[in-house]
Design a protein around this ligand. Structure first.
Ligand SMILES: [Zn+2]
Length: 259
């Protein structure tokens, strides 16, 4: 085991020992309000979840998790990040391993902003096996130093093969509470109206990155404003589910504060 791996294993062990206790909100992680960047060396290296389980909604509290599938993309991801940062919202990006090469800096920006990265398989097949999930984790880890703890199956399809792969890769499967329907390109107003109207406490909201969804980018500010007006706050999926981001150089008990 390398020195870095040993440090990481130790941090993970400490953090995992704390899982199950009350969520600790507070400072100390370097995650600031308004998208403050982490200092060098304090980016997250992992997160805690419940591998092998499937979830589609969080606890019934006034938090929602925006999720963006199929990225990263050079055309959409930067605009999404800019909106999230300027509006003080967090989100989760379920990324395809095949899109990571050449976009490593963009991936690091996602984490630096306090947003989360999850695994969406490598090639987006209908029933990805362990190789698809493992290679995607490896690509994300190589680009960012972060290992996902969440998996979004392509098309939301789950079967015994997919479930086994997720469990083997120590990933929790995350479906969604409702679909923004942005994949059908219904128009910006339709996306805003449907998404704001459909949200409920603990909702995990499906949206799309991937470079083919300009309406999503355009709708996002109004989606955030509309949901905020309804009293919702925006968290990552890990935060929504009570898990923790894990850091190499900060106390694992310092869960990022919810905003
Ligand atoms: Zn997808």
């Amino acid at each position: 085991m390398s020195g870095r791996a040993l440090v990481r294993a130790t941090v993970l062990a400490i953090a995992l020992a704390l899982v199950g206790g009350a969520s600790v909100a507070g400072a100390g992680t370097g995650v600031g309000n308004g998208g403050t960047l982490y200092g060098e060396g304090t980016a997250p290296i992992g997160c805690t979840s419940h591998p092998g389980t499937i979830v589609s909604v969080g606890p019934r509290r006034p938090f929602v998790a925006l999720t963006f599938d199929d990225g990263p993309s050079s055309t959409q991801t930067p605009a999404i990040l800019t909106t999230l940062d300027s509006m003080g919202a967090r989100a989760t990006f379920f990324e395809e391993g095949r899109h990571v090469a050449g976009r490593e800096e963009l991936m690091r920006q996602i984490l630096d902003a306090g947003d989360e990265i999850g695994n969406h398989s490598y090639h987006h097949p209908h029933d990805p096996g362990l190789g698809e999930l493992a290679s995607t984790d490896a690509a994300i880890r190589a680009a960012t130093g972060f290992t996902p703890c969440l998996f979004r199956p392509p098309y939301g399809l789950v079967n015994a093969k997919v479930e086994a792969a997720a469990l083997d890769q120590r990933l929790q499967t995350v479906l969604w509470t409702f679909d923004s329907a942005d994949d059908h390109h219904p128009g910006v107003d339709a996306i805003v109206h449907h998404t704001v109207k459909s949200a409920s406490d603990g909702a995990i909201i499906l949206m799309h990155d991937g470079g083919r969804h300009p309406q999503t980018v355009e709708a996002l500010p109004e989606v955030i404003a509309g949901l905020r007006a309804r009293g919702f706050r925006f968290v990552t999926v890990t935060e929504l589910l009570g898990g923790q981001m894990l850091y190499a150089n900060s106390p694992p008990s310092g869960t990022p504060s919810i905003r």
